[in-house]
Design a protein around this ligand. Structure first.
Ligand SMILES: *Cc1c(COP(=O)(O)O)cnc(C)c1O
Length: 223
């Protein structure tokens, strides 16, 4: 049931925070609503969840229209095709999957205001996975300085589905170290304070490693 799932998530987040002496409110829970209808998503709002994540442009826009009476922060968390940029980029509060310069150029072209972006990093170097490699991250972010409408607010990653807890923690920690490194460069276009990592399977580990944004779908909406 939804209410049980919510309580479970809240407990897990606060316990994970306690273990590493972080404040519970230092972790933003993004409810990933991609598997449910707008009506289902709406039920989360009275419980205080108002950050919603979608990985498809059309679904995000549909839900946004259906829930327009609420003050929701919208996160586009998945791959964005260049031809879709114009439809959605001015509608989202955060884009979590910036990973190549052609996409950055298209965002710059279509943006009507500064767009808050996470750079997606393929920490585990899986072939099929999106994102820049850790080694390429500095150069990529430095190059984004030429797009004044792109602000790099942080880094995002996805852990391998079949990783062990130790491996996943290692990947998340590597991303946290990279975030610290970029932040220390004090680039005006890349404050890079945030870390978007952790899903249903691994958000506890992510919080331990310093996640500021966890993206949780299944744990909310499972039976
Ligand atoms: C679906 C999705 C999530 C949420 O995954 P769950 O395992 O359902 O919590 C998080 N991030 C991205 C990028 C996703 O596509």
């Amino acid at each position: 049931m939804l209410e049980d799932n919510i309580n479970q998530i809240k407990t897990t987040v606060s316990q994970a925070c306690q273990k590493v002496q972080r404040k519970t409110d230092s972790v933003k829970v993004i409810a990933v609503t991609k598997s449910v209808t707008s009506e289902e998503a709406e039920k989360l709002i009275p419980f205080g969840f108002t950050d919603f994540g979608e990985n498809r442009t059309d679904h995000l826009l549909e839900k946004q229209a259906a829930l327009k009476d609420y003050d929701i922060t919208w996160h586009l968390i998945g791959r964005l095709q260049r031809r879709k940029v114009k439809d959605v980029i001015n509608q989202v509060d955060y884009f979590h999957a910036l990973e190549n310069e052609r996409l950055a150029a298209e965002i710059e072209k279509r943006a009507e205001h500064v767009i808050k972006c996470f750079v997606q990093v393929n920490v585990s170097q899986e072939e099929a996975k999106q994102g820049v490699l850790l080694d390429e991250t500095n150069d990529f972010i430095e190059a984004l300085a030429k797009y004044p409408l792109i602000e790099v607010v942080g880094l995002m990653t996805m852990a391998p589905f079949d990783g062990t807890e130790t491996e996943i923690e290692e990947y998340f920690t590597q991303l946290a170290i990279k975030r610290d490194e970029i932040m220390a460069l004090n680039w005006e276009h890349a404050p890079c304070k945030e870390l978007s990592m952790g899903m249903t399977q691994d958000f506890e580990i992510a919080i331990k490693a310093g996640a500021t944004h966890v993206r949780i779908g299944t744990a909310f909406f499972k039976d």
